[in-house]
Ligand binder design. Structure first.
Ligand SMILES: O=C(O)C(=O)C[C@]1(C(=O)O)C=C[C@@H](O)C=C1
Length: 277
């Protein structure tokens, strides 16, 4: 049976490009979702579904909300992929830049092109559900006064003309996507060197230090930490932590040691560290 993979966005969006790259040569059907909430909902409710979700970008930072969706829906991370993100400004084929009064795109894409957009203070900037849908909207409604920021694939699919390419703030722009599974189709990876987990810390002196000390002493590398407030407990936080290691026994020992620290932790996934390009 073909896999069903939930993504956010339509044909030509970066989620689709990341999925194609990760599941290269595999057979699957893509389930296009309108929001990240819908994506994680589908994965949690359908035992056979997988998901691909953006989690952090090298220019715009983390999509903190998505960490929370993964945690709240009790999903599992089974892999990751880094995708090079190249943004382009596009308009209708016979149109001219002079007619453009508004630029639309996904909020993360707009953030990644902030410097470029600041050159056009008179042009209105509007958020759209995803980059490809912004391109599709211009194509479908024949919008002469709107431009979209999207992939070159989207420009091709929706027959638009690229008038400026490589418009992200720095050329090296990467988004990290996670491969999501649910409790039914998640099988523990036998080989892994990366782990994502979250940790609830009490608001006591040294709680964070205790955790960091255990990790440091076992020669484990922390590649990412995100902090989120606990809504019901003011001034207490949830930490999302990604770690990488070469020696699996060090990780197993780490788990034993942090079990003894009187705080709560939960493993979101144990998977292979993907190579950052
Ligand atoms: O709008 C799209 O094309 C998406 O796939 C979403 C998204 C994101 O969520 O960050 C994916 C990668 C890029 O960072 C820009 C936008």
């Amino acid at each position: 049976m073909k896999k069903k993979i939930a993504i956010q966005g339509i044909k030509g969006c970066f989620h689709e490009i990341a999925t194609k790259k990760y599941f290269y040569k595999k057979k699957y059907n893509i389930i296009k979702c309108k929001t990240f909430n819908e994506l994680t909902y589908f994965v949690s409710k359908n035992t056979t579904y997988l998901g691909v979700i953006a989690i952090e970008n090298s220019i715009a930072g983390a999509l903190i909300y998505n960490y929370n969706l993964i945690r709240k829906k009790m999903l599992k991370i089974s892999g990751e992929i880094y995708l090079y993100i190249n943004h382009n400004l596009m308009i209708l084929k016979k149109n001219n830049i002079k007619n453009i009064k508004k630029i639309i795109s996904h909020p993360m894409a707009l953030l990644q092109c902030k410097n470029y957009l600041s050159k056009y203070p008179k042009i209105k900037i509007s958020e759209y559900r995803d980059t490809a849908e912004a391109a599709f909207f211009i194509f479908k409604k024949k919008k002469k006064n709107i431009a979209a920021i999207a992939s070159k694939e989207a420009a091709f699919i929706y027959n638009l003309k690229i008038i400026d390419k490589n418009i992200q703030t720095v050329n090296k722009n990467f988004t990290r996507f996670l491969i999501l599974k649910n409790n039914f189709n998640y099988k523990k990876n036998k080989i892994f060197n990366k782990v994502s987990f979250f940790f609830k810390l009490k608001n006591n002196i040294g709680e964070f230090y205790k955790l960091i000390k255990v990790i440091f002493n076992l020669n484990i590398n922390i590649t990412n930490i995100q902090t989120l407030p606990r809504k019901k407990k003011p001034w207490e936080y949830i930490f999302y932590i990604d770690i990488t290691f070469n020696v699996i026994n060090n990780y197993l020992l780490m788990k034993k040691k942090i079990n003894k620290i009187n705080n709560f932790y939960y493993i979101l996934g144990e998977y292979k560290n993907s190579i950052k390009i």
